[in-house]
Design a protein around this ligand. Sequence first.
Ligand code: HEC
Length: 184
Amino acid sequence: MFISKLMKTICTCTLIIITQIVAADDVSFGVNNPNLGKVLSAEYVDQVDFVVMPNGDGLPQGSGNAVSGKELFNVQCIACHGNEAKGGINGDLAGGHGTINGPLPKKTVGSYWPYATILFDYIRRAMPYQTPGTLTNDEIYALTAYILYLNDIVTEKEIMSSETLPRIIMPNSEGFVWAYSASE
Ligand code: HEC
């Protein structure tokens, strides 16, 4: 008898709480609007919603070379990737050329990546690791140039931009095969 009374009370309380939530839904939060996070503006979405394709589609305006890239790298990246992008705590970005097919492949941007364009995309999207999204397009072109320079792919003064970056042929560009053919 006592238990069933208790159950009745619990059920009634639950119903009251549910009614309150549903009622509140009309006002500001509820099942359809949990009031979590915030609505993003179209401008903000445009800022972060970008992809640079291997052929360079999506590369923005701007330019930079390895000379200014080195200065930036030594402030923004050296702590994790090491002097001249080698020997850091978070992986080398240069070197390892010719090792990919050997017993100890050393995968770096220079030895492994098939396209130079995606280096721009990667840095813009993810680096510096602790504050991605803080670099300007000119700075990203300069850093891209510096990493390519350290891998002997471009010269120190060569300007990287939406014109020049897609023309670069990476050392391992032929090293990837399609796992499945289109007919499979
Ligand atoms: C706080 C440490 C830190 C800093 C600073 C940092 N990185 Fe990184 N970086 C990482 C880590 C960790 C990874 C690996 C991330 C992963 O695999 O998800 C990485 C990966 C990369 C890669 C991809 C390497 C590969 O072969 O996959 C590139 C390119 C890169 N970083 C460039 C930069 C540049 C350019 C800067 C400076 C603007 C920078 N990083 C600053 C920690 C850092």
